[in-house]
Ligand binder design. Structure first.
Ligand code: NAD
Length: 423
């Protein structure tokens, strides 16, 4: 039987989406060029971590409602074609839509009246109109009448897919008369509110959702560096800013990376009215690893031949996603200081030695991702027992609750106890 919906690109966004459509009773065809990924789905085995996905994949595999294929052209068997391909950024400050163009070229000859194409990927303003124009130019379709095209951006955070698919308002920007309506009807299956708008507004709303987060995190990161310059404690200053103040608050510092935040701002920067403003935001976040390495050197001297344990390779806490993680940049910078770097991350696919081995005899320990495994007294106790005497702990996330970016392991337990005792 023909599928109801095809999802092209079974990545971190496409696969949970395909599973969710199938779990709601639609017949779904998932398409990807990666043969290993297709085999994993056929075996009902999630290729990455996403809470709730494994159970849902097993459910839809049992009912046979999710099928997979490696051929993009087969998507045309479904009325609705949802594109969830990657949209990286070139280093030229420009969106790279080559995967989307390649999928469109594969689809062109198969499209017919009545098809709906949904761009779920994050895209630069104007891309939805480009896709509509491409179909008109090459096939003569009137968009919104013969074939329907809309942008329905994904705004779910990694790790929260199954919780947020049914709650986050689904923004839909359709081209022409009926595109928005048709795509809204498809996504209404998830039960979240559907918000209709224009394609450009949908594109802007998505990228500015991420720009807001990226800039929000740059502020405490810059403040952390300013505090170092002035001998102040960033966590104390943040507490002073936020405590009982009714007009918003400042976020906490950390290593701000990941595949979305690191590139989506460039989609606005392509045609910016304030060229450089968002590049500066990016530069602040990108400089955090160097700031941590320089802070280490100021306190313990040359890192040549010193053992530094880096805890966490993922781009943020409690995920196995290492793409565009600043932890990798941190490791590279430490290696350029000729430090002996030992890495531990219990969640990522990259194999790493156990926690105990990584911290044993370490002169410094850097918390690069705030995984639950690292936060709290157990990890701190092990560091106290296994690391070098007077090892320096670098904790920009405040995993240990001592509210110190740089502190000696010997002081940390006492500082944590003091903080707990505070009113
Ligand atoms: N990851 C997130 O948390 C997140 C959140 C919101 C939005 N987005 C956006 O969603 C889009 C997808 O992101 P992702 O993280 O899922 O990407 P991804 O890299 O995990 O997935 C892309 C998938 O597409 C496949 N692919 C690439 N080219 C193909 C082709 N020509 N034909 C068939 N398959 C092909 C790849 O093998 C891969 O499995 C991006 O635009 C991203 O910015 C991602």
């Amino acid at each position: 039987m023909a599928p109801d919906v095809a999802v092209i690109g079974l990545g971190r966004i496409g696969l949970p989406l395909a599973i969710s459509f199938a779990d709601r009773g639609l017949r779904v065809l998932g398409i990807d060029k990666d043969a290993e990924r297709l085999q994993a789905v056929r075996d009902a085995r999630m290729p990455f971590d996403e809470p709730g996905a494994q159970q849902a994949l097993e459910r839809v595999s049992a009912t046979g409602s999710l099928d997979v294929s490696g051929r993009v052209g087969e998507a045309a068997a479904a009325e609705h074609i949802v594109v969830t391909l990657g949209t990286p950024s070139f280093s030229h400050v420009e969106i790279d839509i080559s995967d989307i163009r390649s999928a469109l070229d594969d689809l062109l000859g198969h499209l017919r009246d009545g098809h709906t194409i949904v761009l779920r990927s994050t895209i630069a303003p104007g891309t939805t109109d480009f896709v509509a124009g491409y179909l008109t130019k090459h096939r003569g379709f009137e968009i919104g009448v013969d074939v329907f095209v809309a942008h329905a951006p994904e705004r779910i955070a990694a790790g929260r897919f199954f919780e947020e698919i049914g709650t986050l308002p689904c923004i839909v920007g359709g081209v022409g008369e009926q595109s928005g309506e048709r795509v809204g009807a498809l996504f209404a299956i998830f039960g979240a509110p559907i918000v209709q708008t224009t394609p450009a507004q949908a594109e802007l709303a998505k990228i500015w959702t991420n720009i807001l987060r990226y800039a929000n995190f740059a502020l405490p990161n810059l403040l952390m560096m300013d505090c170092e310059q002035h001998g102040a404690n960033v966590f104390d200053v943040i507490e002073l800013i936020n405590r009982d103040y009714p007009r918003g608050g400042i976020a906490l510092p950390g290593l701000t990376g990941g595949t979305c935040l690191r590139k989506d701002f460039a989609f606005s920067e392509e045609r910016s009215n304030a060229p450089g403003m968002l590049l500066a935001v990016s530069r602040v976040n990108e400089s955090v690893p160097l700031f941590l390495v320089e802070g280490l050197k100021r306190r313990i001297g040359s890192l040549t031949g010193r053992k530094v344990a880096v805890l966490g390779l993922a781009f943020k806490g409690n995920t196995d996603d290492e793409r565009d993680s600043l932890a990798h940049k941190l490791v590279r910078l430490l290696e350029r200081e000729l430090a002996d770097v030992a890495v531990h991350d219990p969640r990522v696919a990259t194999p790493t030695p156990p926690f105990e081995e990584a911290v044993a005899g370490a002169d410094a320990i850097v918390l690069a991702a705030n995984h639950d495994e690292f936060c709290g007294p157990r990890a701190l106790r092990l560091i106290g027992e296994l690391a070098a005497r007077d090892a320096l702990v670098v904790d920009p996330w405040n995993c240990f609750g001592a509210a110190q970016v740089f502190a000696y392991a010997s002081e940390l337990s006492a500082l944590c106890d003091e903080r707990v005792a505070l009113p």
